[in-house]
Design a protein around this ligand. Structure first.
Ligand code: SF4
Ligand code: SF4
Length: 113
């Protein structure tokens, strides 16, 4: 997931491709250092969603910049679990199927070639 200065910082495809859901216990209102509540929408029960990730086309509201050029996650230190777990080695140039699919959707070659 995008942090300036690495491979993801010139991509951002996953943040503009996938629905990002997580448990509300990870919201800042419940956990110091958590995801800002205002950037989420309720889904069902204790599940919340990053705002914009279910839009058409999808794009997380926390993503800044132009996909495929230069991007950054504006809440990088507070990003939710699915973002932390997604393609953990992509920043080092090592992709996985989910990362590769997201990049293809945005016209970028997979990292896993
Ligand atoms: S799709 Fe892969 S390379 Fe692109 S930002 Fe996400 S994890 Fe990084
Ligand atoms: S919270 Fe950050 S890393 Fe997660 S989808 Fe949104 S912009 Fe991407």
């Amino acid at each position: 997931m995008p942090e300036a200065g690495d491979v993801c910082g010139t991509c951002g495809a996953c943040c503009a491709s996938l629905i990002v859901d997580f448990h509300a216990s990870c919201l800042a209102s419940r956990d110091e250092g958590g995801v800002p509540d205002a950037l989420t929408v309720p889904v069902i029960g204790n599940i919340v969603r990053m705002r914009g990730t279910d839009a058409a086309p999808p794009r997380c509201c926390a993503l800044d910049g132009e996909v495929g050029v230069a991007v950054r996650c504006t809440i990088y230190e507070q990003r939710p679990g699915p973002c932390r777990d997604f393609a953990p080695y992509a920043a080092l140039g090592i992709g996985d199927p989910g990362c590769d699919d997201a990049r293809r959707r945005h016209g970028m070659p997979p990292l896993s070639v």
